[in-house]
Every structure is written in structure tokens, then in C-alpha cells.
Design a protein around this ligand. Structure first.
Ligand code: ADP
Ligand code: MG
Length: 351
């Protein structure tokens, strides 16, 4: 890796990566308003309101050929996904979504009907997550379709779940299952390559419905925000899994000043994902679960005392516990080895 600050004074983005860049920007950012309870560094910013609740704000941008490929991503699914990934960041704060704005970079390659298809998905997500589309911006783009969404939600002040507030011995929980979205993407990329080599080829998508859906039309786990509230459980920390479990667990550990112990045999993997990983790609399913991105499940920690309340929840897995920082972030493999958890999630600028 090159020196981050060479003599020329030019630092390559690749040398510090996305997270290094965000850390640098955060360190130099001045907050001036007492109402800014939390700025850069969590899944969403937290803004004070009079009364019991806070406002929570997040924004995410999707760029054509970086985050999606229109040769296989139907526009309606893309619109749905663009909303879901933002609502997911609100869920990670334990917040309920209320409003979104949608900004588009467009070229005249798109017809009005195509943009309306995109909005069919956006409107469907608004209906599903009970949010109002309240504005946005439309500009022209020469570098493909760009979709930037901002989502606003609310959460009770004593129920906000940050990334930096896990405690030693807390139990680490994951919603749903992991790795499917990555495997869905691998299927789509494989079919695209086969089709360009031979346009007569019929796509082989039978038995892949789940992994394809997880990639093309993921859901935010807002349902879990409501369920945890019903169970009377407030996680001690929470993050959504957009870049892969390993990367997100390291964020929770790093920001909470702790280590973690997880277990490979506790990682939740769906049967179809398991079969696709092994049969189609000769990949280890747990590696897909740890490092595959875009599952949009929630990773959170709870105090041991509340385990009784959640232990029978069908859609939760308990994958390990938090420990002293000096003990490291490790996974016990199915074979009984202890390995260090390393982030191999999306490092956009790294070569
Ligand atoms: P997530 O994966 O949850 O969307 P990110 O890794 O994108 O989170 O961002 C982490 C934090 O950095 C968030 O608080 C986000 O608002 C902030 N952030 C990301 N990019 C920028 C930027 N260009 N300027 C300021 N803050 C940023
Ligand atoms: Mg997030």
C-alpha cells in the first residue's frame, strides 16, 4: 500500500479507503448547533426535537454501473431498493421512517415511462414502509443514472441505538439470514456474461428466486424495530449490514472500544444460499455470509438479562458475544479454529 501522505501533498483515495476518508472528514468537521446530537459516523445523524423524540436523517446514493446494472436490474425493483437501503439505516438507529426525498441524475436515454417504472418501485416502498415522498431534485447526468435518497425518521430519545454503545458480554444478534444478496449478484453477473458470449442462451434462474430477490429487491428490517419495541427490548448498539457482517461487526467493535467472539456455526444462512454457494460457485457459505454485501439485515447487541425475551424469536440468530478489546475480534470456525475477523466488504476506492 502506498504512503497515505506522499511528499507531493497528494493523497490517493485508494491509500485510505472510504472509511479512512470519512474519518478524516469527520475529524475536521465542526458542529455548531446544540441540536446536532450525533453527526458523521453512525448509520444516521440524530437531531434534537422538543419532547420525547429525536429526528434521524440519513442519505444514500446509488450510481449506475457501480451499485446497479440496468441490464439485469428492473427499474421498479431498483426504485424499491433505493428506498429500502435508506430506511434500513433508520432501522439501524431503532427509528421509524416518516419522509423521503428523491434526487435523480438522468440522461435522455430514459423515457418518461422508464422513470415512471422507477417510481412504481419508489411508491411501493413508500406504501410498505409507511413513508411520504416529500421532494427531491432532478438534474441531467452524463455518467448514467444516479439516485440519491434522503430518509427522515423519528425515535424516542431513550431508544436510539448507536454503534458505539455495546457493552462487554453483550450478546450479538443478527436478523434474517446473510450472504443471499451477494450470491444473487453472482448469479446475475454469470448470466450476463453467458448471454454476451451467446445471445441465444436462456438464463438459468430456476431455483434461484430467493437469492435474486435479496439482491434486486431487498427489504429494510423496520419490522424488527416494531417487534423489539413490542418485546420491550432496546438493543445496546445496532448497525445495518450493508457491507457484510465482518465489516459491520468491526464497526461496532471499533466504535464501542471492544472485541467480539463469534461462531461460524451460528451464522444464519438460508438453504438456497447454501446450495447456490456450493453448487454454482464452489464458495464457502459462511464466507458469503461474512463478506457478501447488501443483505440489509440488522446486527445488534443486547444485554444478557434480556436474552429470555428474544431467545425464541424465529428470525433472530445469536452469533456470539462482545468481549474486551484486547481479546480481539475472532470467529471460532466449525473445525474448532480461532480466526481473526477481517473486513473484506466493499472498499470502493481500494484497488
Ligand atoms: P452506511 O453504510 O450506514 O450508509 P456510510 O459508511 O455510508 O454508512 O457512512 C458512515 C458515516 O459517514 C455516516 O454518518 C455518513 O453520513 C457519513 N458520511 C459518508 N460520506 C460522507 C461525506 N461525503 N461527507 C460527510 N459525511 C459522510
Ligand atoms: Mg448503515
Amino acid at each position: 500500500m502506498s504512503n497515505p501522505t506522499p511528499k507531493s501533498g497528494r493523497t490517493e483515495l485508494a491509500s485510505i479507503g472510504e472509511f479512512g476518508l470519512i474519518d478524516r472528514l469527520r475529524a475536521k468537521t465542526v458542529l455548531r448547533n446544540a441540536s446536532t446530537l450525533r453527526g458523521i459516523g453512525d448509520d444516521a445523524a440524530v437531531i434534537d426535537l422538543p419532547g420525547d423524540e429525536c429526528l434521524v436523517v440519513t442519505t444514500d446514493m446509488l450510481c449506475e454501473n457501480i451499485h446497479f446494472d440496468l441490464t439485469f436490474h428492473p427499474l421498479a425493483h431498483l426504485g424499491y431498493k433505493a428506498v429500502a437501503v435508506n430506511v434500513s439505516d433508520l432501522a439501524a438507529m431503532n427509528a421509524r421512517p416518516e419522509q423521503i426525498t428523491v434526487s435523480l441524475g438522468l440522461s435522455n436515454r430514459f423515457s418518461v415511462e422508464a422513470i415512471e417504472s422507477l417510481y412504481e418501485g419508489i411508491w411501493a416502498a413508500c406504501e410498505n414502509y409507511k413513508v411520504d415522498l416529500v421532494g427531491g431534485d432532478t438534474v441531467s447526468s452524463q455518467s448514467g443514472l444516479v439516485i440519491s435518497i434522503t430518509a427522515i425518521g423519528r425515535v424516542n430519545k431513550n431508544k436510539i441505538t448507536y454503534r458505539d454503545s455495546a457493552n462487554k458480554s453483550d450478546i450479538i444478534c443478527v436478523t434474517g439470514d446473510l450472504g443471499a444478496a451477494y450470491l444473487g449478484l453472482q448469479i446475475l453477473l454469470r448470466e450476463k456474461a453467458d448471454y454476451s458470449a451467446n445471445p441465444q442462451m436462456q438464463p438459468e434462474l430456476v431455483g434461484k428466486d430467493y437469492v435474486l430477490r435479496r439482491q434486486l429487491r431487498p427489504e429494510a428490517r423496520t419490522d424488527m424495530v416494531y417487534e423489539l419495541a413490542d418485546l420491550g427490548v432496546v438493543p445496546t448498539s445496532m448497525i445495518d449490514i450493508s457491507d457484510g457482517l465482518a465489516s459491520e461487526l468491526l464497526h461496532l467493535c471499533h466504535q464501542s472500544g471492544l472485541g467480539a467472539q463469534i461462531y461460524e456455526d451460528k451464522l444464519p444462512i438460508d438453504k438456497e444460499s447454501y446450495d447456490v454457494a456450493i453448487n454454482d460457485f464452489k464458495l464457502t457459505p459462511s464466507v458469503c455470509a461474512l463478506n457478501g454485501g447488501e443483505d440489509y439485515e440488522l446486527l445488534f447487541t443486547i444485554r444478557q438479562e434480556v436474552f429470555e425475551k428474544v431467545k425464541n424469536h424465529a428470525d433472530l440468530s445469536f452469533i456470539g458475544y462482545m468481549q474486551e478489546k484486547t481479546a480481539g475480534v475472532n470467529m471460532r470456525t466449525t473445525g474448532g479454529n480461532q480466526v481473526e475477523v477481517q473486513a473484506q466488504g466493499w472498499t470502493h476506492f481500494k484497488k
